[in-house]
Design a protein around this ligand. Structure first.
Ligand code: ZN
Length: 204
């Protein structure tokens, strides 16, 4: 059984997910947003093994340096978004993040690879468009998609940022809409939805 806790962080209300599997040691976090204190509280007593980023926008990673310093968790980020980690123009932040050294233990995620993190299998689905290297993390066996800022409930990610691409976003949405309709979609902002509910809104 997968346990997923959503912690809503920061002024932009980004969703950070803390995920663990019953009977497995350790937890991982997807997109630790701008509320280190809330995430540290939510993790209390659990060992954080890995932080996965769906994309390298500041609002989804501001708590990462603090959590890594506390726990030694490894940081996983899409290879194509790694240049944005320390580039304030690309990650939309200011110099505070851009001055940080590259995190230790950074793992570059390749499009299409399958990870096993804390006993949970995650397919790294390439979903560029919002950022050049955006990914969705798909726990196929659990029927759960962590969709970052690609697909929301009643919306999709902005494509007017540096590195965004509207044509890529369209292709990424088409790929997601080919997943089973009952797939739970856990987005980077806003409420949970399903592939079927979102697919029905569009004529792509
Ligand atoms: Zn974003």
């Amino acid at each position: 059984m997968l346990k997923i806790e959503c912690v809503v962080c920061g002024a932009l209300e980004e969703n950070a997910y803390i995920v663990e599997r019953d009977g497995q040691a350790g937890a991982f976090c997807i997109d630790p947003g701008d509320d280190y204190a809330a995430l540290a509280r939510a993790l209390a007593g659990r060992s954080l093994e890995v932080i996965c980023l769906t994309h390298a926008h500041y609002d989804h990673m501001l708590a990462a340096p603090g959590l890594i310093a506390d726990t030694g968790a490894k940081l996983y980020a899409s290879a194509k978004d790694i240049p944005a980690l320390n580039d304030a123009r690309l990650n939309l932040y200011n110099a505070a993040w851009s001055r940080l050294p590259a995190p230790q233990g950074l793992k570059a995620l390749a499009y299409g690879e399958t990870l096993t993190v804390c006993g949970v299998k995650l397919d790294v689905l390439p979903t560029p468009g919002h950022t050049p290297g955006g990914v969705c993390l798909y726990a196929k066996d659990e029927g759960v998609l962590f969709s970052g800022d690609t697909l929301f409930c009643a919306g999709y990610g902005r494509v007017d940022f540096p590195g965004s691409n509207a044509a890529d976003m369209r292709q990424s949405l088409l790929k997601l809409f080919a997943l089973p309709g009952e797939t739970r979609v856990l987005p980077g902002h806003g409420e949970e939805t399903t592939i079927a509910r979102e697919r029905a809104r569009y004529q792509l």
